[in-house]
Ligand binder design. Sequence first.
Ligand code: Q46
Ligand code: ZN
Length: 301
Amino acid sequence: MKCRRCKAPAVIDVRRHNAAFCSDCFLHHCREQVRRAIHEFSMFGPEDRILVAVSGGKDSLALWHLLGALGYSADGLYIGLGIGGYSEESEVRTRAFATEHGLALQVISLPEDHGYDVETAAQRTRRSPCGACGLSKRHLFNRAALDGGYDVVATGHNLDDEAAVLLGNTLRWETDYLARQHPALPAGRGFARKIKPLYRLGEREMAAYCVLEKIDYQVDECPMAAGNRHLGYKETLNELERRSPGSKAAFLFGFLDRMLPLLDPAAHAEAADVHPCTECGEPTTGDVCAFCRLRERAATA
Ligand code: Q46
Ligand code: ZN
């Protein structure tokens, strides 16, 4: 197997591109995919301040590294979810990465700063753990971005994640969610812009990127993820991909090119009837936002 770009011995093949790469050319390929994503969706400009949502896993650490490799400066925010040893190890790796690369990192702890952990919140609010976790993370990343004067929050969602979410939303024809499944969701009243610069790169590519760049990431999956729908969709798509390489990318990129432009009005309609939460000021459709209601019911302190 030879590298497509330089004909040196290849270390990884990317089947959907029908190509193999040596180490240097693979890293170049990853940077090019991110550069293209940023450019195609005008994710940010030279003056914009970027906050990266880091979990200590491969995707978010690779994203932080890639932004640096492309010459952008970005700060990190880690949220400790209180999920036992998994959260402790994730935080250690995130802090070590930030120190090694001289990057600014802000750390928020759900148990210490907000009085609850993901599992307790899930039980007390009868949500799934991922539901309680996702709601908390979305709120706190947005809050931190607005309070810290950041223009954009960057997350490490990769091609596999986005294709799995797309499959779930399509199976139920969740048109509101589909309209917001944008690689660069514009800022709205009370919301920072949200971008997904890794949407063109698959999970396997991100793991390989970390290995080749010697990024020490949290390899374990979150113990709360077991059995969730999202993993089921990923497995289904992996099976399709195995039979027909390129299916995942065709599914996601086709949606972004051809369907998303048609759905935009739905996103605007939703943005129209929100107002500030009476507790925290975050935009909500009720009086008190979902995060403040969750925190009130979940906090043990
Ligand atoms: S961290 Fe949170 Fe994920 Fe764990 S509880 Fe679910 S959403 S699986 S990205
Ligand atoms: Zn609120």
